[in-house]
Design a protein around this ligand. Sequence first.
Ligand code: SF4
Ligand code: SF4
Length: 341
Amino acid sequence: MAVHFVPWDTTRDLMKEANRLYDAAGTFDCVEKGDLVAVKLHVGELGNPYYVQPFFIHDIVRRVKEAGGKPFLTDSNTYYHAQRNNAYDHIITAFTNGFNMAPFIVADGLRSENYRTVKTRGILQEIEVSGVIAEADAMVVVSHDKGHALSGFGGAIKHLGMGCTSRAGKLRQHRTIGLEIDTSKCSGCGKCKEACPLDLPEIIEGKARNTSPLCMRCLLCIEACPMDAIKFVDKENLCRALASAAYGVLSTFKKDKVSYVSFAKDITQYCDCVPGPGEIMMNDVGIFASDSPVSIDGAFLKMVDYKLFNDAYDVDCMLQVQEAKALGIQGEVNPEITRIS
Ligand code: SF4
Ligand code: SF4
């Protein structure tokens, strides 16, 4: 469960550096001749410039082919109402952002109807794995390390847990978070309701109230509230849910059929899902490769001041890594890192 690493050194040819990294880490050892290989990526939301650059994906596709596999690009639709919440718009976004080097197959179908419900461990009992992911022979998970308002940071574990599950699976994870409205602060202005795609919360006797089981925990009402009256609680549950969902996703693959590459560059406040990802939080770090999501996320957090994430989002971002390890996903929370030089 080693982690290999090359620094983000722009005096060098980073494409070549990445290939040296893949060779050292055995990134494509998971590919056998004839395998249908999912290259799991995030194509970026339109307007967000900080997704993994297409030329790196182009090269990963080339390497999968060289290893005898049949690579395709994939990601699941979003659970919230945005540019990528159906396959048509998702594919348009992928092409617009430059991801046309292999077939782009939306992992969970036209409207997220294609998933397989599997049993898992931890805070969730079961999880809806996107059907295309569940059917793939092998997978290379290409992540962008960055901050995340709900889980502190997003890397490989989040990319598995949230990114490889259908809308129902994403909702199941988000619903582990609580939402509270402080009625002493609430003025009854209704701005939360205006912002909410589901026309929640209700305004009753001049106060907002949200008990709906449909609530997606999507943040929009929180951002809209001028009184700072709405907040999420129990965000740690989402960190546990990400690990739990990741375990379920990995259960659909045979042993040693998933490999991980993470780009710690453009480490923004918010994830690739939003058009405005906020400020850069820390310097570019480099590229990691591993056969373990626990180790690759642990390595990233080991090399940065991860307390910046914890302080910004009031949640311990190490928790998702520790929980994944505790559930039995192989790897080390504090791994050795082999620098390729
Ligand atoms: S979090 Fe807020 S905006 Fe999002 S669905 Fe729930 S009530 Fe609506
Ligand atoms: S936006 Fe805030 S203050 Fe206005 S009704 Fe909603 S919770 Fe109350």
